[in-house]
Design a protein around this ligand. Structure first.
Ligand code: ATP
Length: 235
């Protein structure tokens, strides 16, 4: 695999079972995501975006096909190796922030490091530093419920980026934010998570930030229907 490729998806199909019925939500997807780029995945609700990024990120097994992330074939790994690879290489940012209510902002952002065995004080000190870079350094000792939605989102971003994952996957990171905050979040992602050997994939409906992408992939009904720097004219 070429070193510029962050993700390669080959012939990926996904079926969900409803009793005896099977619903095919991805139809043999072939697509690559390049390192050094901010790639958006857009499309109507139900077109399969969350399913596809979950498969790209090693959290949902495809029914058929293969996914390589920086040259590692995810779904041939043992469960244990897949979890290890994911912890080391991939960061997720979900629309729901999923912060732990009883931990401070800095402690929340430190969770992945602590889970990987870093001593607590070292991890929390690193988290404080990152939250400063994310412009919420003054909020480090607050609990999630004492923070605004945008501040909680930054803590969730900090948690996803704390171990400097090479691949960052975000599902609707700006949906709950006003236009200005949404653009600032995308700028931060670019500054903190993107480099020549790293990649960021963002699922979004948010047409206020379409101009910030390096590449836009559009999905319809479980298939990639557009791949370009700009949105297709009919959107
Ligand atoms: N765990 C599941 N079990 C059964 N069907 C599912 C499951 N997850 C998703 N689906 C179905 O797969 C299809 C694609 O869902 P997906 O969440 O990937 O779409 P999406 O493009 O991300 O939508 P949205 O923009 O609304 O989040 C939908 O028809 C959905 O109902």
């Amino acid at each position: 695999m070429s070193p510029q490729l962050a993700v390669r998806v080959s012939g990926v199909t996904k079926d969900f079972a409803f009793g005896e019925e099977r619903l095919r939500v991805l139809h043999g997807i072939d697509v690559s995501v390049r390192a050094g780029e901010l790639t958006y995945l857009v499309g109507e609700s139900g077109s399969g975006k969350t399913t596809l990024i979950s498969i790209m990120a090693g959290i949902l097994f495809p029914s058929a096909g293969a996914v390589e992330v920086f040259g590692t074939d995810l779904y041939t790994l043992s469960d244990r190796d897949l979890v290890r690879f994911r912890l080391a290489t991939i960061g997720f940012i979900f629309q729901q922030y999923n912060l732990i209510p009883s931990l401070t902002a800095a402690e929340n952002a430190a969770v992945p490091l602590i889970a990987a065995g870093t001593p607590r004080e070292v991890a929390v000190a690193q988290a404080r530093e990152l939250l400063h870079r994310l412009n919420i350094g003054t909020q480090c000792d607050k609990l999630p419920r004492q923070l605004s939605g945008g501040q909680q989102q930054r803590v969730a971003i900090g948690r996803a980026l704390i171990h400097a994952p090479r691949l960052v996957v975000c599902d609707e990171p700006t949906a709950a934010l006003d236009a200005g905050s949404g653009r600032r979040v995308m700028d931060l992602l670019r500054d903190v998570a993107l480099a020549a050997d790293r990649a960021v994939i963002v699922v979004t409906h948010d047409n206020r930030i379409f101009d910030l992408a390096d590449r836009i992939l559009a999905m319809e009904d479980g298939r990639i229907t557009h791949d370009g720097k700009h949105m297709p004219k009919d959107h």
